[in-house]
Write a protein that binds this ligand. Structure first.
Ligand code: AMP
Length: 228
């Protein structure tokens, strides 16, 4: 702590939860409220696919099948992004780590800078509800704001409330077959991280079946405590 009672090491927070749990939506809200940088490996990988990089070419078919991209590719992308200057103010990781190897590698990367995971927050939801949430979601292609046909429609159809763009996008891996495989990958490879962070005393659980606003309020109090 410095004299003003602020942490001297930038906070590192993790949002855990299956696809559709609301990690991206909540991470964006926390980013604004707490001055953190949202870091989504899914977004970084989609950008690599769109840019046609070597990593993107290798990741594309794996993502379309709903499987996990190799630890080697994801860790390299994450390491590069964490080294960018804006991350010095603290990060909220959305979709990383997803395997025990990634969690251990993250601990090692952070330790090099005298940092650690301050809080891993599990968004607790039901699988059945996840399918409904995923099948209706879309984002603004210009500013990235997330929407949902039923739970968070735009005020004017197909016009972003945030920036006014009409360029709305739906993810190609948000189809029924890929979503089922993504949920399976979550339960087999990512859910064990709940125990990993519990053992380290860093785990918080937030029930995430309510409204976006009520979940955000619960998360805000967890994050305020973790970054105090
Ligand atoms: P997301 O946007 O987090 O739902 O991720 C979309 C897809 O990107 C996933 O289904 C995986 O194929 C891939 N992906 C994202 N993050 C990771 C990660 N940490 N490890 C492995 N694959 C990932």
């Amino acid at each position: 702590m410095d004299g003003a009672g602020k942490p001297t090491v930038a906070p590192v927070l993790i949002l855990l939860g299956p696809p559709g749990a609301g990690k991206g939506t909540q991470a964006r809200m926390l980013e604004e409220a707490h001055g953190l940088v949202q870091l989504s490996t899914g977004d970084l990988l989609r950008a690599a696919v769109a840019a046609g990089t070597e990593a993107g070419k290798r990741a594309k078919s794996v993502m379309e099948a709903g499987d996990l991209v190799s630890d080697e590719i994801v860790i390299a992308i994450l390491r590069d992004r964490l080294n960018e200057a804006d991350c010095a103010k603290g990060v909220i990781l959305d979709g990383f780590p997803r395997t025990t190897v990634q969690a251990e590698e993250l601990d090692a990367l952070l330790a090099e800078n005298g940092q650690k995971v301050d809080a891993a927050i599990s968004l607790d939801v039901d699988d059945a509800a996840m399918i409904e949430r995923i099948s209706g979601r879309f984002t603004c292609g210009a500013c990235g704001e997330g929407y949902h046909d039923k739970f968070k429609p735009t005020a004017t159809p197909d016009v972003c409330d945030h920036c006014g763009s009409t360029e709305m996008k739906r993810r190609s891996d948000d189809n029924a077959a890929t979503v089922a495989q993504r949920l399976e990958a979550y339960h087999a490879q990512t859910a064990p991280l709940i125990d990993y962070y519990e053992t380290k005393g860093a785990l918080s659980r937030v029930p995430a079946m309510g409204s976006i606003e009520s979940i955000a309020a619960s998360l805000n109090s967890v994050v305020s405590k973790a970054t105090a």
